[in-house]
Design a binder for this molecule. Structure first.
Ligand SMILES: [Zn+2]
Length: 278
């Protein structure tokens, strides 16, 4: 697997961006402390991350328990993994580790150690982590668990799998909650005048770029909800419903390594799940 690249963001913040799924892992370092999070899907990129944090007092900011976002934990037993109660529960159930092992094997990868959460954090709080003040924001929707982290001193927002300029929204859990999270993220970006938005995948964004992507995503997600309401009213069978939602124009295309996960079908299934039909 080809190595990713490292992109300097500020004098203290570096982005490790992978090739597969354009996974983003930010590393912020100051005076022997580090914050890092969270998506990694390559042995090379993991080694780069380890080299940057191994001699630092590190907090790993975990946005959610999906395979590519909990893969960075096991290799760093000295770091404190930070996440929501829902992410901790998902990891404690064993499902996150099982999915991680299975998909890693499909890519010929093997990630060291097991995922864990050492520090459970609530949404809408302001924490001191190492040298930084970090605000948390509820970010479920894409997955059943989700937390976004705003690192105040860096004006840098780790948002998880939302606001991705490299793909359209992809929802494994709740379309409705994904839309609400996207709205909350944009409110937070405006309120705190955030300068750097780092999604789980794709390019990091300026405030203007993130707002533009988010607004397009909200238009798409609202239209998907409208079509799903219509399908329900008309009593569509499951496949008719899925086709109707899949026909909604997406705000931007996905690369083949995302398209292989059938994101539009996932979004259709999320609307069925929202209405307790799946
Ligand atoms: Zn992801």
């Amino acid at each position: 697997m080809r190595p990713g690249r490292t992109i300097p963001l500020t004098p203290t913040a570096t982005l490790i961006q992978g090739v597969v799924w354009q996974c983003n892992c930010v590393v912020i370092r100051k005076d022997g402390h580090a914050l890092a999070g969270d998506a990694i899907w390559s042995h090379h990129d993991m080694a780069v991350l380890t080299g940057m944090i191994v001699d630092h007092d590190t907090h790993l900011l975990i946005t959610h328990g999906d395979i590519d976002h909990c893969s960075c934990i096991g290799a760093h037993p000295y770091a404190k993994a930070v996440g929501s109660a829902a992410t901790a529960a998902r990891i404690a159930s064993g499902s996150a580790a099982k999915n991680l092992r299975a998909e890693a094997a499909a890519w010929g990868l093997q990630f060291e150690g097991e995922p864990r959460i050492d520090m459970i954090v609530a949404a809408d709080t302001r924490l001191t982590l190492g040298k930084w003040q970090v605000r948390t924001l509820e970010a479920a929707g894409h997955a059943g668990d989700g937390m976004a982290y705003l690192i105040e001193e860096e004006s840098l927002f780790l948002v998880g799998d939302y606001l991705m300029a490299s793909q359209h929204p992809m929802v494994w859990w709740s379309l409705h909650e994904a839309r609400r999270t996207t709205e909350r993220l944009l409110e937070t970006i405006e309120r705190y005048r955030v300068e750097r938005i780092v999604p789980g995948h794709g390019p990091w964004l300026s405030r203007t770029e993130a707002v533009a992507v988010g607004q397009q995503d909200i238009v798409y997600l609202r239209e998907v909800e409208r079509i799903a309401d219509d399908a329900q009213r008309k009593g569509y069978a499951r496949r008719e419903w899925e086709l109707a939602v899949m026909a909604v124009p997406v705000p931007r295309p996905c690369a083949p390594d995302i398209e292989m996960l059938c994101p539009r079908l996932l979004n259709a299934q999320a609307t069925l799940r929202d209405r307790a039909l799946l």
